[in-house]
Design a protein. Structure first.
Length: 93
């Protein structure tokens, strides 16, 4: 069954959850957590979103984000963050 399209929030506030494929770990070492946080900080400035809270667990992440109405959408923001993090982790191997 296909996933339904995300409903756009009038407030621009989103609770986002990222999870590893098959619930696999996405963070293996302390440096992985730091790399993800650095990526969040960098794209917060680039995309103009507000980050209110985060929780990084070994196999998933929770983020509380508000889009900038004049900036990128939540889909664009999460695509940038996910792509950059995977690129950084893969290049470190």
């Amino acid at each position: 069954m296909p996933r339904h399209a995300r409903v756009r929030s009038d407030s621009g506030m989103y609770h986002v959850m990222l999870r590893g494929i098959n619930k696999q770990r996405i963070f293996h070492e302390t440096v992985d957590y730091q790399c993800f946080l650095d990526t969040l900080r960098a794209y917060r400035d680039i995309c103009g979103f507000q980050l209110y809270a985060w929780c990084l667990m070994p196999n998933h992440v929770h983020l509380l984000i508000r889009e900038n109405p004049l900036g990128e959408t939540i889909s664009q923001i999460m695509k940038r963050i996910g792509t950059k993090y995977v690129y950084l982790v893969q290049s470190a191997l």
